[in-house]
Design a protein around this ligand. Structure first.
Ligand SMILES: Cc1cc2nc3c(=O)[nH]c(=O)nc-3n(C[C@H](O)[C@H](O)[C@H](O)COP(=O)(O)OP(=O)(O)OC[C@H]3O[C@@H](n4cnc5c(N)ncnc54)[C@H](O)[C@@H]3O)c2cc1C
Length: 254
């Protein structure tokens, strides 16, 4: 259990088999043997706090803390509670951390899809503050995710997903947001990582009519790429994208 992030990074850099520990839920599924587990839980990084213009969420904050946070609800509506409620179960979400969820950059991540629909940055020990999308596309150098920073602006949101059965991974997830007249449409589990459909979102006015929504849906399915894995085929995901994005837009316009 380290006393500072400096100490944590020093240990991480010492040996390729040293590892930062989040909630350990993913790590324990693998067979890899590690030398030293670096526990950040004594550093007070498990809180959600606000400054004048942003919300800061420490890397050891659990998914459950975010799911039930009145502060996140106040600014971003039901986005996080809707996105996280399908991730295994409450006991699991009481342990899974934001840091482990974002740093792993899983394509199936509902967590990353939700964060992509907001104005989100991450603070890394070595690389400093970068936008979430830059982080997701950066070379995977060993680093420590200290916190996630979200711009504090009232945002209407919706999270839509389809799972074959409860608690399975999403076949596709879509997070939609409307802030100061600007839409964001994020699609994840394509099965690759979440990405914004910027052209489609650009077509939408604050109160789009049926025709505009239809044009945006057509753009989404042409703008984004979809792939095949054991859960679904690319063609099915493409069809599903139109449905989930439509539901997301309508949930906000209602
Ligand atoms: C059975 C199962 C089902 C799941 N289903 C879903 C789902 O439906 N939707 C979804 O979105 N997610 C799902 N997940 C992923 C889950 O939500 C977490 O993202 C995952 O468990 C990682 O979080 P953790 O805190 O357990 O991290 P750990 O397992 O402790 O760590 C994961 C990785 O992140 C690294 N890491 C941890 N913290 C940091 C940090 N601060 N800085 C740098 N690196 C760090 C670790 O070194 C490790 O490589 C599932 C996971 C499991 C095991």
């Amino acid at each position: 259990m380290v006393q500072s992030l400096d100490e944590a990074y020093e240990l991480l850099a010492q040996d390729r088999n040293n590892v930062i520990l989040g909630g350990l839920l993913w790590i324990k599924m693998g067979r890899k043997q590690y030398q030293t587990g670096i526990d950040l839980s004594g550093l007070g990084l498990n809180a959600i706090s606000e400054t004048e213009d942003s919300i800061h969420i420490g890397c050891m904050t659990t998914l459950r803390q975010m799911e039930i946070s009145p502060l996140l609800l106040q600014w971003f509506g039901p986005l996080f509670s809707d996105a996280f409620k399908g991730i295994v179960g409450v006991q699991f979400r009481n342990l899974a951390t934001l840091g482990g969820s974002v740093y792993s950059r899983f394509g199936f991540s509902d967590v990353i899809t939700a964060l992509t629909a907001l104005d989100t940055q991450v603070r890394l020990y070595r690389a400093g503050v970068v936008t979430l999308s830059k982080f997701l596309n950066m070379d995977q150098k060993r680093d420590i995710l200290e916190k996630v920073i979200i711009k504090k602006q009232v945002t209407q949101t919706s999270f839509q997903t389809l799972r074959k059965s409860a608690t399975d991974f999403s076949i596709l997830s879509v997070a939609t947001s409307l802030c100061k007249g600007n839409w964001k449409i994020a699609a994840g589990a394509r099965p690759s990582m979440a990405i914004l459909a910027e052209n489609a979102a650009g077509l939408l006015s604050p109160e789009p009519d049926e025709k505009t929504i239809k044009a945006a849906l057509d753009r989404v399915v042409n703008e984004l790429s979809f792939g095949t894995d054991q859960r679904a085929g690319a063609g099915y995901r493409k069809l599903l994208a139109g449905v989930l994005v439509k539901r997301g837009i309508e949930a906000i316009c209602r």
